[in-house]
Write a protein that binds this ligand. Structure first.
Ligand code: GLU
Length: 291
């Protein structure tokens, strides 16, 4: 029998807030309604921001909320080999390339382009890659890699788009402008995104796609802030020959001033709310899933 597989995939770089509670509860509710399974994945590839105490708090608070995930939590930091294998495949196909500019060199290039009449930003507001590393000869690339220079591995977006053709996904939730049903992906709005770095063979985009496939995820239920990133995920799935899950982007929980919640604000952290006497039922009601 075909069993649908859902996942909740928090990053342990702060305490969970009401937005995470909503996402976890919605995943659980949808998995139950579908007679499916719920997995938990810890997205901890960014060693500079992730901490063991935040990971411990994730398990504790999700259990308190009544979330029942299956054992064998996947921790991304334990699977760099899987991401490296995906990078190797993309590199062998000429779809990624090393770019050696430092962050400050990139900022200077963007400032220059902005002065010349403006330079595009991606959906997160980050300037598209303005560099020319794609034009480096293979001899020069090898020389710099051997010299130990830092680099980012970037997707050659034009080549990737030519390979993948027109991409769509099935949206059962809604995008920020109400997009639903079959949505056309526009990965070009992200430019030559970073998929790995010299010291870390993974980016969020690469790891999420590889893991969803390895874990057999059929249904990705997550916040609307990741709606546009889905275009990159569909592109990578296609380039790597991975299956296509269904996507459900849900509304975001906002604070009283209408802003997206942040892990830096303690007022809406589950930890604080719990310490202040809130029950799991109160949390359900606060995020609009109350009964
Ligand atoms: N780790 C991401 C976050 O904490 C979620 C990734 C996903 O659901 O695709 O926002």
């Amino acid at each position: 029998m075909y069993t649908r597989i859902f996942r909740f995939a928090p990053s342990p770089n702060g305490y969970l807030h009401l937005g995470h509670a909503f996402s976890a509860l919605l995943n659980q509710d949808m998995a139950r309604a579908a007679g499916g399974r719920l997995l938990l994945r810890i997205e901890d590839i960014d060693a500079t921001r992730c901490r063991p105490e935040y990971e411990a708090a994730i398990y504790e608070e999700l259990a308190w909320l009544g979330i029942a995930w299956e054992p064998d939590v996947r921790r991304q930091s334990e699977h760099f080999d899987d991401y490296q294998a995906a990078l190797d495949r993309l590199e062998a196909e000429g779809l990624i390339y090393p770019a050696f500019e430092s962050r400050s060199e990139i900022s200077a290039l963007v400032a220059e382009r902005d002065r010349q009449g403006g330079w595009p930003r991606d959906p997160d507001g980050v300037p598209l890659y303005p560099g020319r590393a794609r034009k480096l000869s293979s001899f020069e690339r090898e020389r710099r890699r051997r010299a130990g220079d830092s680099f980012a591995l970037r997707l050659a977006m034009d080549a990737a788009l030519a390979r993948a053709g027109v991409l769509t996904w099935t949206e059962t939730g809604a995008g920020p402008q109400g997009q639903t049903g079959v949505v056309t992906a526009a990965p070009q709005m992200w430019g030559d995104v970073v998929l790995g770095r010299k010291d870390a063979p993974a980016s969020y985009h690469l790891a999420v796609v590889v893991d969803d496939a390895l874990q057999g995820v059929t249904d990705v239920v997550r916040g609307q802030d990741l709606f546009w990133a889905t275009a990159i995920h569909r592109l990578l799935q296609t380039l790597l020959g991975l299956p296509e899950p269904a996507y459900h982007h849900h509304r975001l929980i906002l604070d009283a001033a209408g802003r997206k919640l942040s892990k830096a604000t303690s007022a809406t952290s589950l930890r604080e709310l719990r310490a202040g006497g809130a029950t799991p039922g109160d949390i359900r009601r606060m995020v609009g899933l109350g009964r």
